[in-house]
Design a protein around this ligand. Structure first.
Ligand code: NDP
Length: 294
């Protein structure tokens, strides 16, 4: 079997187009969704993400603001900035790019964001809303993107056994909630595995849909995948590769080529889940503006 490739670039573009059309309709009423991104320090990967988020916002016709701080910023300065953005009517959504330097209490920062503007969906209010299935919740962009891929590719989740490897607050746990809900892209039977799971390969082999988010290059091998399963690879890992002009290449958490021989559908890395994440962040910013009614 050679798996169908689930193209996140194409699906992400489709969603960005839908968001841009909705933003244009809002513009007709004199309204414009705005997203602020706060970044601390000069981690090159974080800077690349933040730049792409800003660019994507502008392309969708949204207002975009980036607030940059050196790694030496104090927690009080950061909290004061969040208070300003909470009060700013031009900003409907905001996020603080993670990770933050060690001297900053990340939980305190995330909890300071007004839940109505928390487009990353990391505030406890939104985490709770997601768990109870409240449609006003902001769904974390990566698992929300995975769910949209499944829906738009016609992959039936209802009654399927979905196995998620990884239980982070950003990916694994919200993914479980979304797949479990009694809603489109939900109604799966969900198993979540982590580093302490016993005999993970045999659990993975029972999956109709296998979502992998652990940050370990090519961890999932073909013998861990049931023939015909759908495999979603969230991982983004840099591995050294002297033959590549940059000296490294990106690989997922799944050994792509051998697993593609067994699976019925698979996401590539790059070009799979990654582009969906930014698309869903824009979708969440639009949702924030719609819910704010201004
Ligand atoms: P975290 O490090 O926060 O969580 C990793 C999870 O994987 C933990 O639950 C950990 O278990 C589990 N894990 C680690 N090693 C193993 C193992 N050997 N067997 C089973 N479980 C294991 O990672 P994130 O969720 O933030 O990210 C995961 C990956 O997804 C990374 O590669 C990241 O770069 C990528 N990512 C991609 C995004 C995108 O846009 N495509 C967005 C976000 C992340 P335990 O809890 O027991 O320690």
């Amino acid at each position: 079997m050679t798996a169908r490739i689930l193209d996140g670039v194409r699906i992400g573009k489709e969603i960005r187009g839908e968001v841009a059309a909705a933003v244009a309709r809002m513009a007709g009423k004199g309204r414009k969704p705005g997203l602020a991104v706060v970044i601390v320090g000069d981690d090159p990967a974080s800077r690349v993400y933040v730049r792409s988020k800003g660019r994507a916002c502008l392309e969708a016709g949204m207002h975009s603001e980036t607030v940059e701080y050196p790694a030496t910023v104090t927690q009080d300065e950061l909290l004061a900035q969040i208070d300003r953005l909470n009060a700013d009517p031009a900003i409907h959504g905001m996020l603080v790019q993670l990770p933050l330097p060690k001297h900053i209490d990340t939980d305190a920062v995330l909890r300071r964001i007004d839940p109505a503007k928390d487009v990353d969906g990391f505030h406890p209010v939104n985490v709770g809303k997601l768990v109870i299935g409240d449609p006003t919740a902001f769904r974390p962009a990566t698992p929300y993107g995975v769910q949209q891929m499944l829906i738009r590719e016609g992959i039936e989740t209802k009654g399927a056994h979905a196995v998620i490897i990884g239980r982070s607050t950003i990916v694994g746990k919200p993914m479980a909630g979304l797949l479990l809900h009694d809603a489109p892209g939900g109604n799966a039977t969900v198993t979540v595995c982590h580093s302490r799971s016993r005999d993970l390969p045999s659990i993975a082999r029972t999956a109709d849909i296998l979502v992998v988010a652990i940050g370990k290059p090519e961890f999932v091998t073909a013998d861990m995948v049931r023939p015909g399963a759908v495999v979603i690879d969230v991982g983004i890992n840099r591995v050294n590769d002297a033959s590549h002009p940059k000296g490294y290449r990106l690989v997922g958490d799944v050994a792509y080529a051998p697993v593609a021989e067994v699976a019925s559908a698979i996401t590539p890395v790059p070009g799979g889940v990654g582009p969906m994440t930014i698309a869903m962040l824009l979708r969440n910013t639009l949702q924030a503006a719609e819910q704010a009614g201004r």
